[in-house]
Design a protein around this ligand. Structure first.
Ligand code: AP5
Length: 223
């Protein structure tokens, strides 16, 4: 699938595995992984004006206002590394964001999107989010049940060994709020993209490698 333009969106509840899968898929396709959550967390860590505006919303598990996130995505999608395509993770999350993305794609003369909806049961989502650990060194995504992952321990990647941490919005109250926000504001995008013939559902349970295989097949079939 080398010379094709792959304009992909990963849709799914918090904890559905969008970040885990987007990292693998973007490497396999040779296109950038664009996570609005990562961009916002980077802005918070840097203490920038954007980060200061976004922090409270993120800690409470609410969405950052559309106008801020749309501006971030629009700017990022115009960068030259997006010419062969991209894997969008966490954007769009509302109907106005989806409409804005459609307008950006039209302005840039890009090929249609393929939107992959990762489906996972709610019990599994809560298990994944409450046990998630991240590495400050390599940005690796782990779970406390993974081999070699311990609180207070180092990254299990032997080339990294960075510090592991838990996201501030992976606390029970923020998880509940994120799931409610997802149901209310993001789930309607499943119908939005289905009605436009752009949606494919992929089962998001099983090993990350099995899911990556299903995801790649779904993308290849539509390319
Ligand atoms: P964001 O960072 O996008 O968070 P999210 O959508 O809540 O998604 P997560 O990162 O929590 O989960 P994921 O689906 O990527 O799962 P992961 O692969 O990590 O957004 C955070 C916040 O930023 C939002 O709440 C909002 O405030 C703001 N924001 C971002 N974008 C925005 C936008 N467009 N508009 C407005 N606000 C925005 O996996 C989760 C865990 O499961 C890990 O521990 C992983 O190891 C494990 N796991 C993964 N796959 C499997 C598997 N197959 N089996 C078992 N475990 C697995």
């Amino acid at each position: 699938m080398a010379e094709r333009e792959h304009n992909l969106v990963l849709l799914g509840a918090p904890g559905a595995g969008k970040g885990t899968q987007a990292k693998m898929l973007s490497q396999r396709l040779g296109v950038p992984h664009i996570s609005t959550g990562d961009i916002l967390r980077g802005a918070v860590a840097a203490g920038s004006e954007l980060g200061q505006q976004a922090k409270g919303y993120m800690d409470r598990g609410e969405l950052v206002p559309d106008e801020l996130v749309i501006a971030i995505a629009r700017e990022r999608l115009q960068e030259s590394d997006c010419t062969p395509g991209f894997v969008l993770d966490g954007f769009p999350r509302t109907v106005p964001q989806a409409e804005a993305l459609g307008a950006v794609m039209a302005d840039l003369g890009r090929k249609p999107l393929l939107v992959v909806n990762l489906t996972v049961d709610e019990d599994e989502i809560v298990r994944r989010l409450s046990g998630r650990r991240l590495c400050r060194g390599c940005d690796g995504i782990y779970h406390i049940d993974d081999e070699g992952v311990e609180d207070g321990g180092a990254c299990p990647n032997p080339d990294c060994e960075g510090e592991l941490y838990q996201r501030s919005d992976d606390q029970p109250e923020a998880i509940r709020e994120r799931l409610a926000v997802y149901r209310r504001q993001t789930e309607p995008l499943i119908d939005y993209y289905d009605e436009r013939g752009l949606l494919v559902n992929v089962e998001g349970q099983g090993s990350p490698e099995d899911i990556a295989g299903r995801l790649y097949t779904a993308v290849a079939e539509r390319s």
